[in-house]
Design a protein around this ligand. Structure first.
Ligand code: AHM
Ligand code: MG
Length: 341
C-alpha cells in the first residue's frame, strides 16, 4: 500500500504562492522565517520546566549563557528571524512599546509589516499549560523607505496573512492568506510542520463557551443574560453548554475552531476596551475565525472593520461559531439600554 505523502508547511506555502498573481515569493519567505523562529521557541517552551534545574532569569545556565524569561526569548527570536530575513520593513510586538523600523538596505524597501504577540498566555508559561504565538501580516502603505506608524494602523480586513502557533500537547501552526485556513503539526522527529488539518471549517454551532466567568459581576447585562442562557437546561439546543476557559487565547480559540464554540473577552465597567490587543491578538485570530466560517465582533461591529488609532489598542472581542455569535449579539442588543453601574 502506498503511504500518504507528507506535505510540509514550506512546500504547501510555495505551492499556494501560484494562487496569487504576480507573487514575488516574499510572503512565502516571510512565513518561512516565522515558522523557523516558532520551532526555536517551541524547543525552549518544551524545556521550560528545566529552568528550575538549570537556572532562572538573569542566571547563567550550564553553557554559561544567560537564561531569559520565555516571553523575552520568544520576542527576540521572532524579531531576529524577521530582521535577518529582510522580507518585512517593520515589526510591532506586544513586548515592545514602539514599532521597530528595520533599516537594512533590503528590509527598508520590503513590502510587508508584521504585528506579533510572540508568546501569548504568559501567565500559563510556568504551569505547563498551552501558550501561543499570534501574527498578522500587512502590506505597507508607505511606498518606500523606513516604515511609518500609518503602515501599522490598518484595519484587520487589510491583512494579507495571519496565523498562530500553539505550543500544546503537540505544536501546531495554523494560518490563512484569505483563502481558507490550514493547520500544520510539528513533527519533532524531522523538525517540520506537516499539513494535518487541511481546510479547517468551524462548526456552525458548538457546546462550549469560553469567558473569564470570575468577572461575571463586571459584565454588561446582555452578556450576563447570555451566560445564564448558556447554563439553562434545554435538550433541543443541547444546553447547558460547557464552560472551557484556559486563559490562553490561542488555545481557547484553537479548540473552538475545531469543535465549535464561542470565545469572549468583553468590556468591563473598569476596562471599557477589554484586555486584548487589536493589531496582534484580535485581528489575526478574527481573520482566521472568519476564514473558517465563524464570526468575530466587538459585540456590535466586525473586528476586521475597526480602524485602529494606536499600536497597542485594545478591543472587547466576541468570536466563534456563527449561530452562537448570533445568540450573544441578540442578548447584547436586547439589554443594551440597561446601564451597568
Ligand atoms: P497576555 O498577552 O498578557 O498573555 O494576555 C492575553 C491573555 C489571553 O491569552 C487570554 O485570553 C487572556 O489574557 C486571559 O486574561 P484573564 O486572565 O484576564 O482572563
Ligand atoms: Mg498577548
Amino acid at each position: 500500500m502506498l503511504e500518504k505523502k507528507l506535505v510540509t508547511l514550506d512546500e504547501f506555502v510555495l505551492e499556494k504562492q501560484s494562487e496569487f498573481p504576480f507573487a514575488s515569493g516574499d510572503l512565502t519567505r516571510l512565513l518561512s522565517d516565522i515558522s523557523l523562529a516558532a520551532k526555536i521557541v517551541n524547543r525552549e517552551v518544551n524545556k521550560a520546566g528545566l529552568v528550575d534545574i538549570i537556572g532562572t532569569t538573569g542566571h547563567n545556565n550550564i553553557q554559561g549563557e544567560v537564561v531569559k524569561k520565555l516571553d523575552v526569548f520568544a520576542n527576540e527570536q521572532f524579531i531576529h528571524a524577521l530582521t535577518v530575513g529582510g522580507y518585512c520593513c517593520g515589526i510591532a510586538s506586544e513586548e515592545t512599546d514602539e514599532y521597530i523600523a528595520l533599516d537594512s538596505p533590503h528590509a527598508r524597501d520590503a513590502q510587508y509589516i508584521v504585528c506579533i504577540d510572540p508568546l501569548d498566555g504568559s501567565s500559563n508559561i510556568d504551569v505547563n499549560v498551552s501558550i501561543g504565538t499570534i501574527f498578522s501580516i500587512l502590506r505597507r502603505k508607505s511606498l518606500t523607505g523606513p516604515c511609518t506608524l500609518e503602515d501599522f494602523l490598518q484595519k484587520g480586513c487589510e491583512q494579507v496573512a495571519a496565523g498562530y502557533v500553539i505550543y500544546g500537547s503537540s505544536t501546531m501552526m495554523v494560518y490563512t492568506t484569505g483563502k481558507g485556513v490550514n493547520g500544520f503539526t510539528l513533527d519533532p522527529s524531522i523538525g517540520e510542520f506537516c499539513l494535518s488539518h487541511p481546510k479547517i471549517q468551524m462548526p456552525e454551532t458548538g457546546k462550549t463557551y469560553s469567558v473569564n466567568q470570575g468577572y461575571f459581576q463586571k459584565f454588561e447585562e446582555g452578556l450576563k443574560q447570555f451566560i445564564m442562557w448558556c447554563q439553562e437546561i434545554d435538550d433541543d439546543s443541547n444546553r447547558p453548554y460547557s464552560l472551557r476557559y484556559i486563559g490562553s487565547m490561542v488555545a481557547d480559540i484553537h479548540r473552538n475552531l475545531i469543535t465549535g464554540g464561542i470565545f469572549i473577552y468583553p468590556a468591563t465597567y473598569e476596562h471599557p476596551n477589554g484586555k486584548l490587543r487589536m493589531l496582534y491578538e484580535c485581528n489575526p485570530l478574527s481573520f482566521i475565525v472568519e476564514q473558517a466560517g465563524g464570526r468575530a465582533t466587538n459585540g456590535h461591529q466586525k473586528i476586521l472593520e475597526l480602524q485602529p488609532v494606536e499600536l497597542h489598542q485594545r478591543t472587547p472581542i466576541f468570536m466563534g461559531s456563527k449561530l452562537m455569535m448570533d445568540h450573544v449579539e441578540s442578548f447584547l442588543n436586547d439589554y443594551a439600554s440597561v446601564s451597568n453601574k
